[in-house]
Design a protein around this ligand. Structure first.
Ligand SMILES: Cc1cc2nc3c(=O)[nH]c(=O)nc-3n(C[C@H](O)[C@H](O)[C@H](O)COP(=O)(O)OP(=O)(O)OC[C@H]3O[C@@H](n4cnc5c(N)ncnc54)[C@H](O)[C@@H]3O)c2cc1C
Ligand code: FES
Ligand code: FES
Length: 490
């Protein structure tokens, strides 16, 4: 039995846990405001709000209901566009009307939900954050200018600090219907998701990969629900190490203040990953276990000395993340194990971290090539380098030889051009829809240079790096010719 509150209605259902929430909403509850369009998390037409009760308070975020398994709604408040209806238009709906930001209206429910999630957001509101609230929504008709104006008008009416716009304030000002005031009590009476690991059953994280890839095969399957196991949903800084539970969502990790202190810019880099609703759902465990060669969190954590924590009927195991991937989409996790989380040593003060990603679209797209670097220096010399790269081999790659090569070196155009040539020997990209093998080689070279140009602009220039690269190419060409000349007959 799955129990939750849908808008202002208590729900108890025996429908399967892997059923997409969207199908439950549309076909079992006959609430047709959320649209079934891409069903792959790409368009935002199906967005709903997910409310969780934590420490006596409701916290809301947008989710893509097409990819949310019904089982993950247990103990939550799910709000569809119908659940935002009240007498008259809300300020969000009024903003859309005032700026003619709707035409056919197909995308509009999702856009209203995304902007209402912005009003409920616990982050201080900025223009950048407000615009990013729509990074998971596509609109084929209006052009984005009118939507942009609608967002700005919504933003202009909201106090920036969350403390100044608590849920009672949002109800009073007409952003939310009145029934929201009784939701905390309703949700508090429902048991939370009961964490259970059953070896052999598919393990469910946020469902953003599972439901995008195999919705039909899974429809009647019983999942292992690991959500809300306490050890899987926290970030623990103990002594010299940081442990992150596998059940944390990408959003929780990317905006965590401790992690942003250790890895400056993490939240900003996170905007390159998926979209707001997908980051709100997808977990660290799913990102790691999915074993995609371009998984962004994996690439980020490979640049730290990360250990993977596994558990199962035979006890716990720890493996280095850079040995975890055995081949394309293949990990060293046994069928009866699950991922508890990861652990890494805290970077030293002064540690430099950088992440770069190029994809076909700037937002809501997986990488053609991505790379991260962790770097420490003493008196100008590199004492530690860890470079990772995705999209250039069957597995997310730790560039071991290049990282070793850099140790003890001073940063210069020549050293980095040499390192970049070594990278080319370590990688084996293939041509696919995200680019040709040559293009990916070129991309990784440029992104590797970008790590350093961003952090050492006074010591380096792109022109200098490319010049040194050309000189090295010429030297290698001559060496090859010389070797060839020795064996040349006659
Ligand atoms: C529109 C869209 C855009 C995306 N963009 C990006 C992107 O830019 N970058 C990126 O890296 N990814 C992206 N993804 C992929 C996906 O969202 C992430 O990989 C996400 O982290 C997957 O997590 P999940 O919890 O949703 O995984 P699920 O779908 O729940 O699970 C994925 C796999 O991991 C297994 N699994 C989950 N948790 C565990 C665990 N604790 N132990 C063992 N196995 C487990 C599942 O059994 C399954 O095999 C995108 C997906 C979509 C739909
Ligand atoms: S239908 Fe497109 S994101 Fe769900
Ligand atoms: S108004 Fe038609 S898709 Fe947005």
């Amino acid at each position: 039995m799955i129990e939750f509150v849908l808008n202002n209605q208590p729900i108890q259902t025996e429908s399967p846990a892997f059923l997409p929430l969207l199908d439950f909403i549309r076909y079992e509850q006959r609430l047709t405001g959320a649209k079934a369009a891409c069903r792959e998390g790409d368009c935002g037409a199906c967005l709903a709000l997910e409310g969780r009760l934590e420490n006596g308070q409701m916290h809301y975020q947008s989710i893509a209901s097409c990819l949310m398994p019904l089982g993950n709604a247990q103990g939550k408040h799910i709000v569809t566009i119908e659940g935002l209806n009240r007498k008259g238009l809300s300020p969000v709906q009024q903003g859309i009307v005032d700026h003619s930001a709707t035409q056919c209206g197909f995308c509009t429910p999702g856009i209203i939900v995304a902007l209402t999630a912005l009003c409920l957001s616990e982050e201080p509101l900025t223009e950048q954050r407000a615009m990013a609230a729509l990074d998971g929504n596509l609109c084929r008709c209006t052009g984005y200018q009118s939507l942009k104006q609608a967002v700005l008008s919504v933003l202009s009416k909201l106090p920036a600090e969350q403390a100044a716009r608590p849920i009672p304030w949002l109800i009073d000002k007409g952003y939310l219907p009145v029934y929201f005031s009784g939701i905390t009590e309703q949700v508090a009476q429902i048991p939370r998701c009961a964490p259970a690991f059953h070896p052999g059953r598919p393990i469910l994280g946020g469902g953003t990969d599972l439901l995008a890839q195999q919705p039909d095969q899974l429809r009647t399957a019983e999942p292992s629900l690991l959500c809300e196991r306490w050890e899987l949903s926290g970030i623990y800084l103990e002594g010299n190490s940081c442990t992150i539970g596998s059940g944390l969502t990408m959003a929780e990790i990317l905006r965590n203040p401790d992690l942003n202190r250790l890895l400056p810019g993490l939240e900003e880099y996170g905007r390159l990953i998926a979209s707001t609703p997908i980051r709100n759902m997808g977990t660290l465990g799913g990102n790691l276990a999915n074993a995609s060669p371009i998984a962004d969190l994996v690439i980020i954590f490979l640049a730290l000395d990360t250990t993977v924590l596994l558990n199962g009927p035979h006890g716990r195991r720890e493996l280095p993340l850079d040995g975890f991937y055995l081949g394309y989409k293949k990990t060293d996790m046994r069928p009866d194990e699950y991922l508890e989380g990861i652990r890494f040593e805290l970077p030293s003060p002064g540690h430099i971290f950088n992440f770069e990603k190029v994809s076909k679209r700037a937002r809501l797209d997986i990488a053609s090539v991505n790379t991260a670097i962790g770097l420490e220096l003493k008196s100008g010399a590199i004492t530690l380098a860890r470079i990772s790269a995705g999209g250039v081999s069957p597995v997310p790659l730790f560039l071991r030889r290049t990282s070793e090569f850099l140790k003890g070196k001073l940063i210069s155009d020549k050293v980095l051009a040499g390192a970049s040539q070594l990278i080319q020997e370590e990688i084996s990209p293939i041509s696919d829809i995200r680019g040709s093998a040559e293009y990916k080689r070129l991309l990784l070279r440029q992104l590797f240079y970008a790590h350093f140009l961003k952090h050492f602009p006074e010591q380096l220039s792109l022109k200098g790096l490319l010049n040194e690269g050309r000189k090295l190419d010429e030297k290698h060409r001559l060496e090859r010719t010389r070797k060839g000349a020795i064996h040349f007959p006659g």
